[in-house]
Design a protein around this ligand. Structure first.
Ligand SMILES: NC(=O)c1ccc[n+]([C@@H]2O[C@H](COP(=O)([O-])OP(=O)(O)OC[C@H]3O[C@@H](n4cnc5c(N)ncnc54)[C@H](OP(=O)(O)O)[C@@H]3O)[C@@H](O)[C@H]2O)c1
Length: 155
């Protein structure tokens, strides 16, 4: 598994399980991925969008699939159709749509995820837990991209 993030977060990315962590702010980052997986990657999971998404599509192996579930960089609208000619697929995921259009499946799968958490087989990272009154601090951390892991607000 290869994790991509900005430079200051690479240690974190490896600590949570990536075999290789690459800095997508460095222009030749796709070359590092190609060197590690010359045949291309099977799956891309992307929540950044924009240029990072476009570069990621070029790393997919034939029959590979990209799942786009967010656009933190602000753009996911311009995927060149020609990038799909090499038998690649791009699909999307959104929790709200999943619950709306497949509620039974969503409920069952969320129960499965909850059981994995309860059993200690899934874990998440919490960067900070703050009182609701400090929501502005949470926003500031997000705007500064200073967080690694979730920001929790408690009532
Ligand atoms: N589809 C769904 O069901 C679903 C569910 C939850 C979230 N989302 C979406 O997924 C995206 C990420 O959510 P998240 O909760 O992981 O957010 P997050 O904790 O704020 O992380 C977003 C990360 O994106 C990276 N990033 C790259 N370019 C950026 C830019 N120009 N501005 C800000 N951040 C940038 C930053 O990491 P670096 O500093 O390492 O670059 C940042 O830490 C959002 O678009 C959110 O709406 C979708």
């Amino acid at each position: 598994m290869i994790g991509a993030a900005s430079g200051g977060k690479l240690e974190f990315v490896q600590a949570v399980g990536a075999d290789l962590a690459v800095d997508y702010a460095v222009p030749d980052w796709p070359e590092r991925v190609r060197a590690a997986v010359p045949a291309g990657v099977d799956v891309v999971l992307d929540a950044v969008g924009g240029e990072v998404l476009r570069q990621s599509l070029g790393l997919l192996a034939p029959f590979g699939r990209a799942v786009v579930y967010g656009a933190a960089s602000g753009g996911a609208d311009e995927i060149p159709v020609s990038s799909l000619f090499a038998l690649r697929t791009v699909t999307g995921f959104n929790l709200t749509a999943w619950r709306r259009f497949a509620p039974d499946r969503a409920r069952a799968e969320m129960a499965e995820v909850a059981a994995l958490f309860a059993g200690g087989r899934l874990r998440t990272s919490v960067h900070a837990e703050l009182p609701l009154a400090e929501a502005a601090t949470a926003h500031k951390l997000m705007e500064e991209r200073a967080h690694t892991g979730r920001l929790l607000l408690r009532p």
